[in-house]
Structures are given as structure tokens and as C-alpha cells.
Ligand binder design. Structure first.
Ligand SMILES: Nc1ncnc2c1ncn2[C@@H]1O[C@H](COP(=O)(O)OP(=O)(O)OP(=O)(O)O)[C@@H](O)[C@H]1O
Ligand SMILES: [Mg+2]
Length: 250
């Protein structure tokens, strides 16, 4: 299982040090919670790890042999990494079913539209859409789903990648997957994260709800102003005075 590790990565937006020298190592097969106040750099950190924009300096290591100073989103499938977005990113004008099929049938979105979908792929799509309760909505446009359903479609997309035997998904990063969900939806997402862990995948969970962090995380990293200010088990990290101070103010 390749270990994902960062060394001193930095990203500044003008005068804002969004990520300011973060060095961490994800624990393979475990759920690492990343917490921190609003604007502490959590999403930026995930974005850097997934090539949404280049980092200014530092290195990302994937396993022993890959060290990267640039990451392109299109390289992620080769690295076995996938993610969800805080602001939800779907193929809005495509049906729910196609939103699943495009990620498992082809790396090239346009190409997949013309491909004849094999029963194998359709079976995966049916399985994951039923899992998140969206099978009945398979012909609706992603754009027409409710907020919670859209978040679940992103979860289904991860599950589809995970089901696809051709892929070798080993690390999944979730940026606030629970935000704004009803309790029954929270259960589906929570079970999905636990399932990935059971399968030995490495999971990153960015989350504000401390009950969820305590329940699901094996390890917690706390960011404040772009820096790691604490790390440890949920109990250890959440009880540190500087963490409490970061949330409550001095
Ligand atoms: N694309 C961008 N351009 C300019 N500034 C940005 C950009 N993305 C993030 N920032 C700034 O970087 C800092 C960190 O933002 P980030 O979104 O990473 O925080 P966060 O911890 O995910 O917050 P939240 O909990 O609200 O999601 C903030 O000051 C934010 O305004
Ligand atoms: Mg964020």
C-alpha cells in the first residue's frame, strides 16, 4: 500500500499563507481526520494533494518511488487517489447514471459517451446507485438533484471507482462529505468511509463535526493558519489547549 506523505508544502494566495509548510504522513488503511477553523487551509491542502492548483514549494511522496513537485488531476487515477469536493463537482447536465459511467468506462469523458457500456459497468453503476439510494433517480440530470442527493452522487462515484476491478484505488480524500446532510444520508456516508477502511484503503476526512471526527477518525491532524498545530488520536488532538484556543479564540 503506497503511503502518501507531504514535506513542507506551501501555497500562498497573495499575502494569505493558506498552506504554510505542512509535513504529514497518512496512515495506510486508516481514517485521518483533518480539522481546523474556517479558512485554516484544509481544502487548500486537499486541493494541493489532488493537483487542483500547483503548490509553491515542497514535495508530495506517493510510496517509496514517487516524489512530486507538480501534480496534475489527470494523474490521480494512475496514483490510485480520488476525492470529493466541498463544493460538489458533477457533470451537471448529464444524467445521474452517466455521472457514474463516465468515471469507470473511460478516462476521457467525451469518449465514454460513445462507448457501448458493458454489462459489467452498468452492474457497478446499479450497485453503487442503489447503495446511496439514487437508483430511482438514475435518469434525472445531476443538476436537478437536491443538495444532499448531489453529495451522495459524489460518494457513489467514489464507490464505483472502488468497485471497478481495473482501478487500484488506495487513497480517498473527502472534503466535508457530511455537511448539510440529513441523518439517514449521514449514515450512508459514514458507512462508506468505514467500508473503505475495512477494505484497507487510506482515507482523509475533512470535517467540522467533532462527534463525527471522534467516531470515525483513527488519527487527527489539526490545521490553523495553514500550519499543523496538533496531531494524534482524536482524544489527544482535541484536548490540546492550543487546539481549543484555535477554535474558541484566546
Ligand atoms: N483560490 C483561492 N484564491 C485566493 N484565496 C484562497 C483560495 N482558496 C483558498 N483561499 C484562502 O486560503 C485560506 C484557506 O482557505 P481554505 O478554503 O483552504 O480553508 P478551509 O480550512 O477549507 O476552510 P472551511 O472550513 O471554511 O472550508 C483562506 O484564507 C481562503 O480565503
Ligand atoms: Mg474547506
Amino acid at each position: 500500500m503506497p503511503i502518501l506523505r507531504t514535506e513542507n508544502i506551501q501555497k500562498h494566495f497573495g499575502g494569505v499563507k493558506a498552506v504554510d509548510g505542512v509535513s504529514i504522513k497518512l496512515i495506510p488503511g486508516k481514517i485521518t481526520g483533518i480539522i481546523g477553523p474556517n479558512g485554516s487551509g484544509k481544502s487548500t491542502f486537499i486541493n494541493l494533494l489532488t493537483g487542483m492548483f500547483p503548490f509553491d514549494s515542497g514535495t508530495v511522496y506517493i510510496g517509496e518511488h514517487t516524489s512530486l513537485t507538480h501534480i496534475h488531476p489527470y494523474d490521480l487515477p494512475d496514483f490510485g487517489i480520488s476525492r470529493t469536493f466541498q463544493d460538489i463537482r458533477l457533470f451537471e447536465q448529464m444524467p445521474v447514471l452517466d455521472n457514474i459511467l463516465v468515471v469507470i468506462t473511460s478516462r476521457h469523458v467525451i469518449g465514454s459517451l460513445f462507448e457501448r457500456h458493458k454489462k459489467y459497468h452498468l452492474d457497478i453503476a446499479e450497485k453503487v446507485l442503489k447503495h446511496v439510494g439514487l437508483w430511482e433517480k438514475r435518469n434525472s440530470l445531476a443538476h436537478d438533484l437536491s443538495y444532499g442527493q448531489r453529495k451522495l452522487l459524489e460518494i457513489a462515484r467514489i464507490l464505483a471507482l472502488n468497485e471497478d476491478g481495473d482501478g487500484a484505488l488506495h487513497t480517498v480524500l473527502f472534503d466535508e462529505p457530511f455537511a448539510g446532510l440529513f441523518p439517514e444520508m449521514i449514515k450512508i456516508v459514514s458507512e462508506t468511509l468505514s467500508l473503505l477502511r475495512t477494505q484497507g484503503k487510506t482515507v482523509v476526512l475533512v470535517e467540522h463535526n467533532m462527534d463525527i471526527i471522534r467516531e470515525l477518525s483513527d488519527h487527527v491532524i489539526v490545521l490553523d493558519s495553514g500550519k499543523v498545530i496538533a496531531e494524534g488520536t482524536p482524544a489527544e488532538a482535541l484536548s490540546q489547549p492550543n487546539v481549543i484556543e484555535a477554535y474558541l479564540g484566546k
